[in-house]
Design a protein around this ligand. Sequence first.
Ligand code: HEM
Length: 427
Amino acid sequence: MTAHRASRGGIHDSHGKRPSPVPAKGLPHVSAQPPHLTYPVQRTTVTDPPEEYTRLQKEAPVCPITLATGFPALFVTAYDDVKTVLSDPRFSRDALFEPGAPRAQLAEPDQDSIISIDPPRHSRLRGLINREFGRRRVEGMRPEIERHVAELLDEMETKGPPGDLNDMLGRPLALRVICNLLGVPYSDHTKFGRWCDHFMSYAKYPLAEVGRANSEMRTYLADLIETKRQTPGEDLLSALVQARDSEGALTENELVSLGVILLLAGHDTTVTALGGGVITLLRNPEALAELRSDPALIPRAIDEILRLNEPGDGSFLRIATEDVELRGGRVAAGSAVVASISTADRDPSVFPDPERFDIHRESNPHIAFGFGTHFCVGSSLARVELESALGALLPRFPDLGLAVPFEDLRWRSYAHLGGIEELPVRW
Ligand code: HEM
């Protein structure tokens, strides 16, 4: 029986209309200047953010843009400013729930999701999952992760070239790991990709379709939670059900929303980072040869891979709750702000020769996992997945190469987390 048919995180209105791009009463327009661009700009290659963003970082580091939904916003690109937007409490996620507040995506943000709320409610939810994703816990998962990688590489070898590396390695690895951890049946994995695509889309799908995918996903999680309630397992969802039922630590909607965000954020991002990493290495043969002869360099190389292969170009939208002076310009109270992590991670004042893939960079304080309150809870897990995958893939397939010209690879610009559509390789 379905105990709870969650309805939050749906779409703006039940008639399937697009939200109106008119700022709410009391929320001022972000700027009197005309918008510099409509965000996101289509990428021309899968590894490089649009040149326009780099130009803005030099010329207008806090600049007005139009979001894919038609709402106005400010685009922040300098490294220090991006860190401020991600960590300063004057940039709020909760404020997105004020009537008429701007939207980056057609899908309504989920009022019960850890990614959409501010402390202290955020801290309560985060406290429930931090330990599960802590470094020590994740290290304990390394043997299992390495086993998954070995099995997937065996299958790849048996199948023979060519094939899509996302389908053969990145996606099944990330999904097996997060499914096991959460206690979600891996056999249902084909549904998750479609849900994720809708959930992350800016404006690609009609509003009603996004709403349908969203409510299917929530119903699936709600049903699974009910099953765990009846028959608990040794998994994170069962532990969260226990925390809810015995301690009242979270509401039923918060429980469903945690399941949703962990399932979605826990796989798509890692697929992009691994795919981007493989492409970057293939295009930098000297670094690739160095990693093959000295695998101890892999963790360092992964930081450089992450710096240059951030999934998506911007953060989740924030709203300034008061006027803030950033180094690059003033943000008026009520402005919607997109902090561009991928552009910040190429800021030449922090990363000399930023486009260069340099696995020996002396300092690499990239913010690919975010910064501050919403810093990625899965960062240690993602690192172990990437280390295990690259650590096994590179020696096993010495002739690994792209099976199509680099220029033919396509980036999902319509999706908040971006991603490489297909990654055909030969070996
Ligand atoms: C290479 C892989 C990954 C990258 C680059 C990445 C990146 C990020 C970034 C940039 C944020 C902050 C977004 C913002 O502040 O607007 C974030 C948050 C988050 N990530 Fe990841 N992520 C990755 C893997 C994972 C994995 C494997 C999981 C799950 C197990 C995960 C779960 C989450 C969650 C739940 C949040 C929200 C945290 C909060 O609001 O407190 N991520 N991630």
